[in-house]
Design a protein around this ligand. Sequence first.
Ligand SMILES: [Fe+2]
Length: 270
Amino acid sequence: MEFAIERLHPTIGAEISGIDLSKPIGEPTRQALNTALAEHLALVFPGQTLTPNEYLAAAKLFGPPMRQHYSQYHMAGFSDIGLIHHRDGQAPAEGWHTDHTNREHPPAATILYGVEVPESGGATSVANMRAAYDALPVDEQQRLEGMTTINGLDTDRRDTRQEDREKYGNPVIHPMIRTHPVHGSRAVFFHQGKALRIEGMTPDDSQIYMTDLLQRMIKPAIVYSHVWRKGDVLVIDNRATMHRAHGDYDRNQSRVLWRVIVEGDRPRLI
Ligand SMILES: [Fe+2]
């Protein structure tokens, strides 16, 4: 193997050293990285220097890039790179979520590249939802295994363009527990802001249940908080994690992340 893996937290996250993502990477290494992602759920590649084209080529190691539905934040000339920049009118996504659940094939991975980072604060936290599932009481696991969410675009965001609403706003149903296609394990899967409701429940009851579930499930023991250094690439496995941004930094400083999402399988419970 061409790289080294070092755990960053007892239950989630690993740092990969010995890989320059600006260079071509061979098939055995690509496979090993995908296996490492399925196991560790968050991979950090420190010290990268990437052009947009090199970044997109590196992202393809984990799947085909998908178009993101906030087209106003696409990088000029590179529509598959989304700019996360909170001075741009964007609010930090501080609630726990997995990305783009309004798509039939939500991303296998979300990939973030730290281009400008604040001196302190502004971390990205990632929670192991496989461990969250395992820790639930058996009767609640069984209940959730029979539940599905109906997903659309975020109900609380006013900055979604009409053209994106038309393309990406159709309801999509997903199971709340999904089986990981590489790892074979189960994880809790939903995006509270995109879940219009849980099937068979009112929107209000759905929100109350999801809020309660998140409060009970997400504990420090299953969370890795990534403190950004310029040049970090963070790859998050969206099939078995939730993540959130932290807005606790000086807004006079820049925090610019380039985001690529890569397509995954249709979520299913096996
Ligand atoms: Fe996200």
